[in-house]
Design a protein. Sequence first.
Length: 429
Amino acid sequence: MEFGTDFLKLGTDQLKDLYQELQEKYNEFKSQNLKLDMSRGKPCPEQLELSMEMLDILKSDEQIIAIDGADCRNYGGVDGILEAKELFAQILGVSTKEIILGGNSSLNMMFDTLSRAMLFGVRKGEMPWGKLPKVKFLCPSPGYDRHFAICELLNIEMITIDMNHDGPDMDTIEMLVREDDSIKGIWCVPKYSNPDGTTYSDEIVDRLSCMKTKARDFRIFWDDAYTVHHLTDTPDQLKNILAACKTAGYPNRVYMFSSTSKITFPGSGVAMLATSEENVNSIKKQLGIQTIGPDKINQLRHVRFLQSLDNLNVHMKKQAAIIKPKFDLVLHHLEVDLGGKNIAVWSKPNGGYFISLNTLDGCAKEVVNMAAQIGVTLTNAGATYPYGKDPRDRNIRIAPTFPSIHELKLAINVLCVCVQLISIKKILG
Ligand code: PLP
């Protein structure tokens, strides 16, 4: 069979022969007792090595005092230390009065922010969301499975919104929020989105910030997790949504989140929440009940290690140098094995942690199962959609960062064989 032969143009006999050939390859892989994991977007050990110096940066004979005089070893400073706010505010393009630094996880901050909205509401004079008969969230999909899990746990009904090449389908969003006041929010991963790698266009940011919503307490949960995680020297540019919301006259509409999880150490990073000063002040009052302060020693360690935005960007280039070859390898194999066959399309991201693969409709679950049977773990098919249900059963999220190049090569080969086998089955009916 020639490279790139369109499967949809092949006759039944040709497809059957090809199936036989691919089945033999599959059986070969099976005999190798593989144990490979391309399921979660975790940095690999070499990436973690890049930040090891941070562990030596605070010495017991040095002052552990922040520039605002706070003794980082002690309680206090519920919104974080000033120098860390100064550094991380620059990542998100906000002022130090518009940012709260938290603990080790932005997902945790998102969960808390949504939980507080359920318990107390987000705006004076409006009901706590949890007291309403129904709360709905818009979920551009494919999206981040853990956002959807939070909604599921809090009994928030999710509405799937299609993702286009420049962001979510705004026509549908605008139509829905205009008419339904039970729609209280939207999840967005606006830069190098998980999993599509899409960066929202300026137009999408503008439309989100100025759209008319029936709910007066509508909120955008803007998870800018991959804002400095570029894979090229010409990074995507994302318009500042807090500024856009202010211009549109809705300064309190957005909560921006990010963290250093994939800058330094996941699980031991610094999380951040940026929003209007008014929102910051009301959140701080509630946060002060929840905690007497975050881990300021870790914040100080991060500032002394990362130093400045320029230096942080240099650090991220070192990260990219490790993971870019892995993305390139996956993209190369997808092109060689699946290109031109009319059975799959995939993203070619400029940053972030994922490659998103779409098979023919109705194939993703079977592909993932088939790969799992011979020891290759992929993210569950459907996980990138609300309730774990991909309406077209076609999206597979590939996370290339953690496996070694050798493991990745094997895993992507297995995936491509499985995609072809299941596609042929599908075409033959
Ligand atoms: N947001 C997105 C879009 C992610 O992909 C991830 C991790 O994969 C997170 C948040 C987790 O962030 P954190 O480690 O800060 O909790």
